[in-house]
Write a protein that binds this ligand. Sequence first.
Ligand code: C5P
Length: 244
Amino acid sequence: MSVNSKLYEGKAKILYATDDPQVLLADFKDDATAFNAQKRGSIQGKGEINCRISSQLFKQLEANGIKTHFIDSPAPNQMRVRAVKILPLEVVIRNIAAGSLCQQTGLPVGTILKQPLVEFYYKNDELGDPLLTRDRLYLLELATPEQVDAITHLALQINEFLNGFWQRCGVTLVDFKLEFGLDSQQQLLLADEISPDTCRLWDTKEADSNRRILDKDRFRRDLGNVEDAYQEVLQRVLKAIDSN
Ligand code: C5P
């Protein structure tokens, strides 16, 4: 596979064209941003760790019937993916209250939700990724009602699988963000990444509310030991897959 021009550089990844128009190469970066890029930094080894975790999770999801953009991982920080047109939506699934849900509703952090909450945000940096209602989503023609129903169904299926997987890692899946894309046949595929950058992951056995955090909140909130937390998550993922 020869790698051609750079197509897009995002906050966490660079996408390159390849000699096959249906295939792109994603290069995961160590750069870290938070609060819509107002906070910037770097997490050493993050690109490789997130690529390895995402690759393993996409493989597991594929094995469980979820269609993803993942093809393979030619290098530890690189993923070959199917070319898709990303829908401008950030789909957030929550099991436990944290982050913006608590800030916007007053729910105490750690409240266990009676059922998973699926939310849609407008993927638009200039507007600060606002929370959407379904009517606003349709008004802006970001997706069709059929696509929204299919995404909601997939998001809940993915959540059910990931809850079980992270449980085997001794990790509680608090919430996470997914992105979806359409391939050349208009097929809906899970895209982007699933990693400590895009999930809230709490060490299940750790009672201390700061020490239990194994995700990007360590960077967002300057809690320290960011690299260690990401590395710990990778090791637990590899162990869970090994012992399967
Ligand atoms: O900030 P908020 O509480 O809405 O985030 C919910 C989840 O979505 C968190 O796991 C966060 O890491 C993820 N997220 C993300 N990218 C964004 C916004 C949120 O991965 N742009």
